[in-house]
Design a protein around this ligand. Structure first.
Ligand SMILES: CC(C)(COP(=O)(O)OP(=O)(O)OC[C@H]1O[C@@H](n2cnc3c(N)ncnc32)[C@H](O)[C@@H]1OP(=O)(O)O)[C@@H](O)C(=O)NCCC(=O)NCCSC(=O)C(=O)O
Length: 404
């Protein structure tokens, strides 16, 4: 059932960074209860595409969780939240700083209810500092960290990453930070507030670029299809399209030159002898290599590289990627049954455990799907659940009623 079996997570997060964090915990066995607004729920429920009225964005990032729809602006809704917080090990939120305080579900408040609580806040810029009150989105963080100044090609319009690297990165950072706090709590019984910022988790990804900048003042610039440090470590053209070639150290370069393209003489060529030289002559190097690669199709070269032990591979689109037999063999694409969407494929679990594997036990919940069940467990009777529904303090999912 996963290594985190028994860890209770109260998830009041929305859209991507927080929900990805709690999905990582849920996949690994944590018991995650997601608290959503009664009107529309998590904002990502409003993000398409939809199947039968349900968001497939929400579907991909909220599996293995329960959904309880609570109006946290009402005292009764908050009381339910407090009861859940009393039992929880972890709370995760990713609102704009200040929102949890106005909802009275901030760390200081919950600490009074549960002194050992581990409370993780994910925000655009962190809980302190001059920008802390600003809302934050992934792309804004990609601009701020410098990522967009070195992606794409020189002289072109600044280029973002194609995927939400900092949202997902913040979710992963939050997940391992929470687990470190859980270990600390096991040793000391003490909880704590964990503060993660989208704009900060991007900076450590510049580790090598920081090495060049702080030592020599060298600014990382766009390198397009090539690598800043290693050559040839880039996209290269073959007879039927591009492929990735990874000669990122001397050994793989020598194997490539001698065994893959039959150019043993290039190993001692004064232009190509070392990585530094290859980098300095990368235009010539690329031309020379492509003159050979253009004689055959990419899979000929990919197979030849594999035989020689040189890392190389195709440049897939997403459809080609997910159909790759390797991903299929590693359970990285799984089919899951959702009560409204029906059967749909989703990305599997990228962490493999020999003893306690993570599993996809349930699809993403409908809005308020577990409200009644969870309230009953907390001791609420049918009458009070109906009354809270009528007053708009909770939302129970009614079969056949669209949730958003
Ligand atoms: C993403 C945001 C910019 C979105 O800003 P906003 O839409 O203005 O939302 P806020 O967080 O400021 O406020 C949420 C509001 O919902 C209310 N709220 C929330 N839950 C409830 C419940 N259960 N009941 C009642 N009210 C609720 C809460 O009181 C706030 O309303 P009021 O009290 O009335 O104000 C911000 O949430 C943010 O900066 N989050 C941290 C960074 C982050 O995770 N960003 C990633 C986003 S995804 C992304 O980058 C990407 O997809 O790409």
């Amino acid at each position: 059932m996963g290594p985190l079996k028994g860890i209770k997570v109260l998830d009041v997060s929305q859209i991507m960074a927080g929900p990805y964090c709690t999905m990582v915990l849920a996949d690994l066995g944590a018991d995650v209860t997601k608290i959503e607004k009664i009107n529309g729920g998590d904002d990502s429920r409003q993000m398409g595409p939809y199947v039968n009225g349900e968001s497939t964005c929400f579907f991909q990032i909220n599996r293995n969780k329960k959904s309880v729809a609570l109006n946290l602006k009402s005292q009764e809704g908050r009381n339910v939240f407090y009861k859940l917080a009393k039992e929880a090990d972890v709370v995760v939120e990713n609102f704009r700083p200040g929102v949890t305080k106005s909802l009275k579900i901030d760390y200081e408040t919950l600490k009074e209810i549960n002194s050992g609580i581990i409370y993780c806040s994910i925000s655009g810029y962190g809980q302190t500092g001059p920008y802390s009150q600003r809302g934050g989105f992934d792309l804004v963080a990609q601009g701020m960290t410098g990522l967009m100044s070195m992606t794409g090609e020189k002289g072109e319009r600044p280029m973002k990453s194609g995927i939400a690297v900092y949202d997902i990165g913040a979710g992963i950072t939050a997940a391992y930070s929470i687990l470190a706090a859980v270990i600390h709590k096991m040793k000391t019984s003490k909880g704590q507030h964990v503060d993660i910022a989208l704009a900060e988790i991007g900076l450590p990804w510049f580790t090598w670029e920081a090495g060049a900048y702080f030592a020599k003042g060298t600014l990382p610039e766009p390198t397009g299809w090539r690598h800043r440090v290693s050559a040839p470590y880039q996209a290269v053209q073959t007879k039927d399209g591009y492929m990735m070639l990874g000669c990122a150290n001397q050994r793989t370069w020598e194997k490539f030159a001698e065994e893959v393209i039959g150019k043993k003489e290039w190993i001692d060529d004064p232009r190509y002898k070392t990585n530094l030289l290859r980098n300095q002559h990368v235009d010539e190097l690329e031309k020379d290599i492509e003159n050979v690669l253009m004689t055959k199709d990419k899979y000929f070269w990919i197979n030849a590289c594999e035989k020689a032990g040189v890392p190389a591979g195709p440049i897939n689109n997403f459809a080609e990627a997910v159909k790759d037999p390797h991903y299929q063999a590693r359970d990285m694409i799984q089919e899951v049954e959702h009560p409204v969407i029906g059967k749909m494929e989703m990305i599997g679990i990228p962490t493999k455990f020999s003893e306690t594997p993570g599993t996809i036990k349930s699809s993403a919940p409908l809005l308020g799907q577990n409200t009644d069940e969870v309230l009953k467990e907390l001791g609420y009777d049918k009458k009070s659940i109906i009354a809270m529904n009528d007053l708009g303090e909770i939302k129970s999912y009614k079969k056949g009623v669209p949730t958003s």
